[in-house]
Design a protein around this ligand. Structure first.
Ligand code: ADP
Ligand code: MG
Length: 565
């Protein structure tokens, strides 16, 4: 390994040579308080920036062990280090000028969520910090600006590392300690939800609405959330002490209310409650069962070998729905497939909004049942399965619905959103419902879905160089295949999308062999990420990735359109 002085010499040597001469400085260099590794050098000033990583030993970084010894604390600390570095890098970026990306210094772009990202990894045993960043190696015209890169690597970077990646007790010891405590408190609620009979908790004082449809920051001047007295629960947190808020019990929960009264906003907060959030977000203590999955209609999606017979039987085409395949699902078949997929992934809670559901999937009224006989209707509406899902398989549902009263009959609890304030109207809703018979034809008993989805590896993914590219949080392309993730609503950003692409590629290269099911592959991907981090899914110089949940991995694996080719 060479020293930073030798790096300085090398930069002098290649100064003003053709841009490809930068390739010569790939390698590792020892700096006073870290090791710098130049992993990938961009081919020209306009190509994606060069990739670098920093390694700080436990002694160099000097974070006290208690800040990273449990997974939740480690993830919170890693997240904080990325944010610190990113904030500093933004100020330092482009001080060195030139064409293309010259002068850029950047790392992962964090969202409001606190998730594991490949940008920073702390070894829980040794405290070693591995940090990844990218830099636009500067060019003057088409040639190397060695002096510019010297400033970036030998002046700017060491200052950034010092300010953001080293533990300084006097300066921010208390900030780090409070982050760790917050992580413990959130984790405490998550760990105790199930045993308290809950599938979600929304703390009093939470701010649920977001600033706008395109911003995930909290809305200013929003009405804070307060639990109805009947639903209030209290957790005694290890650091913060008592916290009160609305506890949503397991079972079937209905969120009703007039249009624009905040139903969807509450549901969206619950969807996002599977993730942790940074301080100041407003949803710090909105905690949902981590397996909860948003279910929606997704017409046009492809479905492959999925048993949707719980909801759909006897299609007019005569095709069996115990092993249903289509390249273009309807609203109701797509929503049915989404439920089955969620159950395969071990979801204990389904989150649904009437706004994004297929109406005929949710319910059918009495008059329609009389006119169109059950023999002609392939759909058994969700209304007739929702209790069964809970009673037989322990799968709870939280449904936001403004227009169908039929669900009052099957709900265990009913919350009304009234000018953004929740009220428990269970008793009154039940009373009214008792006077109002539904007159539904009973549905035949359901069998647990039995999917035998064991695809063979997709041949085009076998080759040497298959590129994975996220298109924002909307889709990911793997080789020539595009996986549409727009309707997989709990994906947080492009880095998670990219990770899903790598998971798909990994599954097709290493796991799927015609015997392993998609479900089995998703669980194995999860195991790799537990053991090696998301980095375990790819080789070579590593992009910025955010760790996805098992549910989204399975969703991505299930949406490869060409699986049946
Ligand atoms: P619904 O689903 O009941 O029709 P939404 O949840 O879509 O209603 O909310 C309607 C509007 O009210 C949205 O623009 C949302 O941002 C805003 N809103 C929701 N909750 C609050 C709140 N607590 N304070 C202020 N505005 C809110
Ligand atoms: Mg709505």
């Amino acid at each position: 390994m060479e020293t930073h002085r030798e790096l300085e010499q090398a930069l002098k040597r290649i100064h003003r040579r053709g841009y490809p001469a930068y390739k010569e400085i790939r390698g590792e260099y020892r700096f006073p308080f870290y090791t710098l590794s130049i992993d990938h050098v961009q081919g020209d000033p306009f190509a994606s920036p060069s990739r670098l990583s920093l390694r700080l030993t436990g002694q160099q970084a000097a974070f006290p062990r208690e800040l990273y010894e449990t997974p939740c604390r480690r993830i919170a600390l890693q997240d904080e280090l990325i944010r610190r570095f990113a904030a500093g890098a933004q100020k330092e970026s482009f001080r060195v000028k030139g064409s293309g990306h010259s002068g850029l210094i950047a790392t992962s772009r964090c969202t409001q969520q606190v998730v594991e990202r490949t940008a920073c990894r702390i070894d829980p045993r040794t405290g070693e910090v591995l940090f990844r960043l990218e830099m636009g190696f500067p060019a003057s015209g088409r040639s190397v600006d060695g002096e510019g890169l010297r400033r970036m690597l030998l002046d700017q970077l060491p200052a950034l590392v010092k300010a953001s990646l080293l533990y300084n007790k006097e300066k921010d010891g208390s900030r780090f300690a409070s982050l760790a405590q917050m992580a413990d408190d959130r984790q405490y609620i998550r760990d105790h939800l199930a045993e308290r009979g809950l599938c979600a908790f929304v703390a009093n004082g939470s701010i649920l609405p977001r600033a706008s449809g395109v911003s995930d920051r909290p809305m200013e001047g929003a009405v804070p959330f307060f639990s109805p007295p009947e639903m209030e629960v209290c957790f005694a947190l290890p650091h913060r002490g008592e916290i009160r808020g609305m506890g949503i019990k397991k079972g079937v929960t209905l969120i009703v209310g007039g249009g624009y009264h905040g139903k969807s906003t509450l549901l969206r907060a619950l969807e996002d409650g599977v993730y942790d959030h940074i301080g100041g977000d407003g949803r710090e203590f909105v905690i949902t069962d981590p397996s909860a999955v948003k279910i929606r209609a997704e017409d046009g999606r492809s479905v492959w070998h999925t048993d949707i017979s719980l909801f759909i039987r006897d299609l007019p085409t005569g095709r069996s729905t115990r092993c249903f395949t289509t390249r273009n699902a309807s609203g109701s078949t797509s929503q049915a497939a989404n439920v089955v997929e969620a159950m395969e992934g071990g979801a204990r809670v389904l989150l649904m909004d009437e706004d994004t559901s297929a109406t005929n999937f949710l319910y059918r009224d009495e008059l329609m049942q009389r006119v169109v006989s059950p023999g002609q209707e392939p759909i058994i509406p969700f209304l007739q399965r929702v209790r069964e899902l809970y009673e037989k398989w322990g799968v709870s549902t939280i449904l936001a619905a403004g227009s169908s009263g039929s669900f009052f009959h099957v709900a265990h609890q009913v919350v009304q959103m009234d000018r953004y304030m929740p009220r428990d109207i269970t008793a009154r809703a039940k009373e009214e419902a008792a006077r109002f018979t539904l007159g539904l034809v009973p549905a035949p008993e359901g069998k647990a879905p039995e999917s035998r989805r064991a695809p063979r590896p997709f041949a085009p993914f076998r080759g040497e160089r298959v590129k994975v590219r996220a298109m924002g949080r909307e889709a990911v392309t793997v080789g020539k295949e595009e996986i549409d993730l727009r309707q997989v609503e709990q994906v947080i950003d492009g880095e998670q999308c990219a990770a899903l692409g790598y998971a798909l590629l990994y599954a097709h290269r290493k796991l799927l062999d015609g015997r392993c099911t998609l479900q089995g592959a998703a669980y194995q991907v999860e195991k790799i990420m537990d053991e090696q981090g998301t980095e375990g899914l790819c080789q070579g110089s590593l992009p910025f990735l955010a760790r996805p949940r098992l549910a989204e991995v399975l969703a991505c694996l299930s949406r490869l359109r060409e699986m049946d080719r």
